[in-house]
Design a protein. Structure first.
Length: 402
């Protein structure tokens, strides 16, 4: 199958989540991604869950982020290791890193230096607060939790009147990775027209702030500081989850016409002309009152029965699936969103697939995640034309792995 980024070479100096998410997207689209790891390996190799033979447990977390990539071990504490990296960068199209700001400068691989080595390279940095930032932020450590808290996301997440709550997945890292991939693709397109590379300065906080949807304008235009609403929407109602006889169901009624259909579906057509609920604006203003009335009806039937009723009335809805249920879901299986791979030293495991369903060049999982340093010699031979003698010498010096 043809791959959209065939022939694009990526030097991946990132680790754990944000950077590896970006390079995973590029790899799924066919780029050759060389994940450069220190001798101890990417920290993510130590994160569970683990699978495999006794004594050879491997991280499924690492596998889920690093499929389709190659691993090269390089000791950047040695000058010879840095020289190898410089040579790789000279032959690369893209460089991705997510170290703390100033780290790459200390190593001698900041944007200004790399631009001299390879003027056409796309250099993508991802950090908590960005590189172009006030000095006091440059060295501030940031993990996903910090980004979710700082960006304002946690202040609008969780139960109404409850404590601030972290989103269930590491969206600060993941959004930053996806946005970096978009930036890299745009920069590659620009390079095709101009021949010039450029620098991408990604911030986890910027990324989350940019996806706060209407929360920002509710403050800047409406002059109100939003708070958490549980599963509810601040300006569309009903648009939240409700208890059923045996669980929960999410219901989204996006306009007044659908409200009439919804009232008919739950057997409460009297609500259509209720003075507090006639319009979406009124329903949003009187959301608590309305939600209590609706839930007094939804608890009378099972989630499955409500699904059948809402399906017939074309009401947007969903059971609140747990991860086991969604992994077994026929829609996701039809769309091949769960793939089974043969992972060395782990056997056959299932992971999430690429959501990039292009008609000609889709994102695909075509190779397992690499073992630590699995492709070191291969890359040095194919990218740099190193002889076997040179490679043996680098092994003896401890610059690369055996």
């Amino acid at each position: 199958m043809e791959r959209a980024l065939e022939g694009i070479r990526v030097v991946d100096l990132s680790h754990v989540l944000a950077g590896p998410t970006a390079t995973m997207i590029l790899a799924d689209l066919g780029a050759e991604v060389i994940h450069i790891e220190p001798p101890r390996g990417d920290d993510a190799r130590e994160y569970g869950p683990f699978a495999g033979e006794p004594g050879k447990n491997r991280s499924a977390y690492f596998v889920s982020l690093n499929r389709n990539k190659k691993s090269l071990v390089l000791d950047l504490k040695q000058e010879r290791g840095k020289q190898v990296l410089r040579e790789l960068i000279q032959r690369a199209d893209v460089l991705v890193e997510n170290y703390s700001p100033l780290t790459m400068q200390k190593l001698g691989f900041d944007w200004e230096t790399i631009q001299q080595l390879n003027p056409s390279i796309i250099y993508a940095s991802i950090s908590g607060f960005g590189h172009d930032t006030p000095p006091e932020y440059a060295s501030r450590p940031a993990y996903d939790l910090v980004a979710q808290a700082y960006s304002g996301l946690m202040s609008i997440t969780g139960p109404e009147d409850g404590a601030p709550c972290r989103v269930g997945s590491s969206v600060g890292d993941i959004f930053a990775g996806h946005q970096a991939a978009i930036g890299i693709l745009a920069a590659l397109l620009h390079r095709n027209r101009t021949g010039r590379g450029q620098y991408y300065d990604g911030s986890m906080v910027d990324g989350l702030f940019s996806v706060l949807e209407n929360a920002v304008v509710r403050y800047t235009v409406g002059h109100r500081i939003p708070g958490p609403l549980g599963s509810a929407h601040p300006s569309v109602a009903p648009f939240q989850s409700f208890k059923t006889k045996d669980g929960w169901i999410a219901i989204a009624v996006g306009n007044d016409r659908l409200w009439a259909s919804f009232c008919r579906a739950i057997g409460r057509e009297d609500l259509c002309q209720h003075p507090d609920f006639r319009t979406n604006a009124l329903r949003s203003r009187n959301r608590k009152q309305m939600a209590g009335i609706i839930e007094s009806e939804t608890v009378k039937k099972t989630t499955r029965r409500w699904s059948e009723i809402f399906e017939r009335e074309s009401i947007a809805h969903s059971p609140i699936n747990n991860i086991g249920q969604v992994c077994a879901d026929p829609c996701l299986q039809h769309r091949k969103m769960i793939v089974e791979i043969d992972q060395p030293q782990m056997g056959r495991i299932k992971i999430a697939s690429s959501p990039l369903h292009l008609s000609e060049t889709p994102g695909t999982v075509y190779a397992p995640a690499p073992l630590l340093g699995e492709h070191t010699k291969e890359v040095l031979k194919t990218w740099l034309n190193y002889s076997e003698e040179t490679i043996v010498r680098l092994v003896d010096e401890g610059v690369i792995n055996k």
